[in-house]
Design a protein. Sequence first.
Length: 72
Amino acid sequence: MVRVGAIVFIVGAVATLVTVAPLFLGTDPFPTIAYALSMLMGVGFVIAGAGLLRSIAAQRRQARSAPADPLV
């Protein structure tokens, strides 16, 4: 999930750069769909964060279910 979130974030970041470029180049702005793709940056961040929290929870469950080592 973290990898998928990172990929979606990168796609959103590229879309953001593409939509901002006409402001600096003095060309016509892109259609609204380009601005909508920019929102993928936030979506990717949320997906990656959810994957990270899910991974942390799985590791905690695994640590709790492991038997305690008497030598430590």
